[in-house]
Structure formats: C-alpha cells, structure tokens
Write a protein that binds this ligand. Sequence first.
Ligand code: GLA
Length: 567
Amino acid sequence: MAPVPVSGALHYFRVLPEQWPQRLAMLRAMGLDAVETYLAWNMHEPTPGTFVLGGRADVGRFLDLAADAGLDAIVRPGPYICAEWDNGGLPSWLLADRSARLRCSDPGFLGHVARYFDAVLPAIAERQRTRGGNVVTLQVENEYGSYGTDRRYLEWLCDALRERGIDVPLATSDGASDYQLTGGTIPGVPAAVNFGDDPEKAFATLARYRPDDPPRCMEFWNGWFDHWGERHHTRPAADAAAVLERILATGASVNLYMAHGGTNFGTTAGANLGGAESVGGYQPTVTSYDYDAPIDERGAPTAKFHAFREVLARHRTEAVPEPEPLPPVLPAGTVRLDDTLRLLDVPPASVTGSAVPRTFEELGLHHGLVLYRSAIPGPRDSHPLHLDGLADRAHVFVDGALTAVLERSAETSVPVAVKGESASLEILVESMGRVNYGPGLGDRKGLVGGVRHDQQFLHGWTASTHPLDDISELPWGTADTAGRGPTYHRGVLTVAEPRDGYLALPGWTKGYVWVNGFCLGRYWDRGPQRTLYLPWPLLRPGANELVVLELDGVTEPVVEIRTEPEL
Ligand code: GLA
C-alpha cells in the first residue's frame, strides 16, 4: 500500500514565534509529512479594518518555517474555526451590532469575511504547491454541519477562495453523522470526517455520502481539552496509537488533532455550552491547550509521541530525524509580589453613560473587566437583584460593600434591601471565553440582559472599562492600597538565563498573570489547571517583571516557580 500523507495540527497563534522552529521540527521527528493550522481571524483583525500579519500573527513566516522543516501545510482559514478559541475565531467586534448574523450568507457577515480574506489570503496563495510552495489543501469553513444548512454560504466561501487565487484542492470536514454530513458538505468538494474513535464506522458513514472521495480524517482527536472546574482529560498513548494504526490500515489520510496544542495565552481561550445540543451550562476553557497531545505544551515528546512515531515508522519508507532534546527548565523557586495596586484605582480606558447597561462589544471592549455603576431607589424591602444574561462573573457592591460574587450558569441573583433614599450599585463584570461551538456562538459579554430589582429594570448606568491588554501604564505607588476589590500585585522574577518554567499560585483565587507585560492567561483555584506554562522567549537574563491581578483574594502573595506542569 502506498503511504498516505499524515499531518498534525499546530496553531501558530498558540505558540510564540521564537518556538515555531522547535515545534515544527518535533512534528517532523514524529514522522509527519505536513502541519495543519487554522487561521485566527480575531488575531489578524483585532479592530474592524486593522490587519495584523506580523509577529505572532505572521502565518506566512510560520508556513515558510514549516517548509524549512520539510513539512507540507494544510490551512483552514475559517472564517469560523471552533478550536476552543474565543468566539471560534470570529472577531468579537462583529457582536457590537445586536442584529449581527454569523456563519451564513447574510450580506453584512459576508462583507466582513470578504475584507478579511482580501487581507489574509495573499500570504497563503503565494505559498501554494501550484506556485512552488508547501500549501497543499485549504479547508472551507469548519464542521459547518454542526451549525447550519446554508449551502449558499459554503458555496460563496469556495468562490471567495478561488477568486483570491486559491487553486490547490479544497476540502470540508464534519462530524461523522448524517445531519453533520448533509449540512456541512459541498457538491464537488471532497469531504472528510472528524472523530476520536471507531475509524471504520466513521469512514463507512462518510462513504455512504461520498462513495468516490478517498477516506480522510481531518481531526483525529488523540487527546482533549479542559474546562475550569472539570476533570483533566488524558488519553493513554497505547489506546490512541492503536486507533491511529486502524486509521492507517483503512488507507485513509489523517490529521492528528492536536500534534502540539500550545497555550491559550491572554484572553484567547473559548468556552462551550454543555448538554447534548450544546445549549446548556456555560463551560469556560482553561489557559493550557496541552490537549494531552503527543508533543506537550513546552514542546517535549510524551509517551504518545513515541507510540505514534513507532506506528508511523511502519507506514513510511524514509527515516525521520531524531527529536532534539530540550534545554532544562528554570530551577524551582518562589517570588514575592509586594507591590500592590487596586484595580478600582486604575483610571479606566473609557467611561460611557447609557440608560441600560451596554455589552462589552458595544463598549468596544474585547475582554477584561467592566465596572457598571447605577443606583437603586429607596427605601424598599429586600427583593432579588437579578443580573439577566450575566456574562460571565460579577462582584456586586451595594453602598461600597461586597454583597455577592455571581456567576453565569450558577447564581445570578442576590437579595438587596434599600434603607435610605437610594443605594449605590457597582457591578464589576469579568468576561471569560466566548462560546466557540454550537448554537451559543456569538456570546456577548457584560450585563447582557439588563439588571432588575424584582421585576423592575434598573436604569441609568455608567460603564468603566479595564481591557487588561496593556498593563504598561499602571499607576503603581500612587494610591492607598487598603480596601476592597481586585488588586494587582507586582514582584521580580530573577533568572540566570531564559528558560521555560511553570508558575503555580497556591493561596491565590482567580485572576490573570503577566510576565514582562505579556499576559500568560487566566488562573483559577477551581482547577484542574494548577500551573501556567511560562515560555522562555518572554524572559531576559536578570530581573523580569511578574504581575498578578487577583480578583477575589490571596492568603500570601507568593508565586512558585515549578519544574513540572500540573494540569
Ligand atoms: C472540532 C473542531 C475543532 C476542535 C475540536 C475539539 O472538531 O473542528 O476545532 O474544537 O472539535 O477539540
């Protein structure tokens, strides 16, 4: 049997560019022929019409480095990518318009997609195999059959790709079920299936719809991702390798999802809604995207790497390179964060007044915190204060006192009485990831449905925004730090030389961590993730600034440097 191409997913947007060559070399060393990556629209167009294609978003350079490593490339440009990535890659500013429609042939949505494709596709088109490059396939949309039935939209996307010079083969991919394959496939475009197990059954289902398409798995889920407050997923190497063997035995081509997962840095993690139809409780995704993949979050080979390498070696004719050993990690240690600054003493990026509370998206805020202020007239007895459509977590202060911490899909009401003529109401809302899969896509943040005292809507609001994406101007040392509310803490991490490390925050509750101004992501004592991966390119020899924004409270402001991850 002729060997079929085997690829593996590695998202450039989840790995720092300095580390792309090492990760790509590891894919090659595992025995892969190609790398597969999505494009993250929200990274490339952070505000409407402003495009970023350099630095961490330099997908052209990533593809060139893949070519240098001897890898072909499969590119999945979206516009929607799912991927446990905020809003499935769709920019949050699309949601500033309450009537916006996503993932369909609505002209407003297509107009945005066209402009995005104009900006991003040239870097892909010029690297196609047909022009001497390494890009061999593009995927149209992503598992569209899990979402909708708009064939016109899918065909528009095919035309949009072709009109912009894409002439390599296209493909779609979907779950291996009747409704997904009848909703997501396009006449004349080869279809692929995605699964974690039962390859023979999945390919048989695909063959019922596509007897002439060669069997292809676009996502073999050999690991899985985690939500906050749920168990950490792992999948034994032997089990995953046995399924890989069965896939290859059918003669199918396969893409490992993930070959290397990486990290949901900053506020890039997505979320799910639970239940069979993905319309249930809110489940935010953790910061790590290790995925229990064969190449772990820091780029090291795992038992799964070696098991896959062995399987793949039996299916290929030429030898593959040995994996290069990684340099050691930082020595274990601790850092005290003695400087403090209350979030409420930081000047907001913007202050907006409105009759009803505005969403983050209406306020032009991608993520972070918003302090909503209003008042409840009195005197009145105790009634429940309802935060309708709270997204996602709120500290409620009545007359300056912390009254409740409320949370979407848990508790969104608290009883409040007003003794005097009026009570001041401050609601500090934190956003977690936007839902990236299913009918809940288009997940707006803030006090989305308004605030009621009993059945009465409260009117007259101001909203002060705290975006968290640039902490370089924080006014350290200017305010009295005693008192209430979320607090920034700052300390110095001294290293002899830049190395990978893992940060643990025992005794801290919930918040965000920055190293030299780069936001590593969220932490939360509810787990399962206990350590944050600190990649070496963020460090410099000597002193490094470590900042933590703690939202709830810390017993001892000390961060631990650990030598092993705890996911
Ligand atoms: C689907 C999507 C991927 C990813 C996986 C789960 O297959 O296509 O983007 O979300 O599920 O990790």
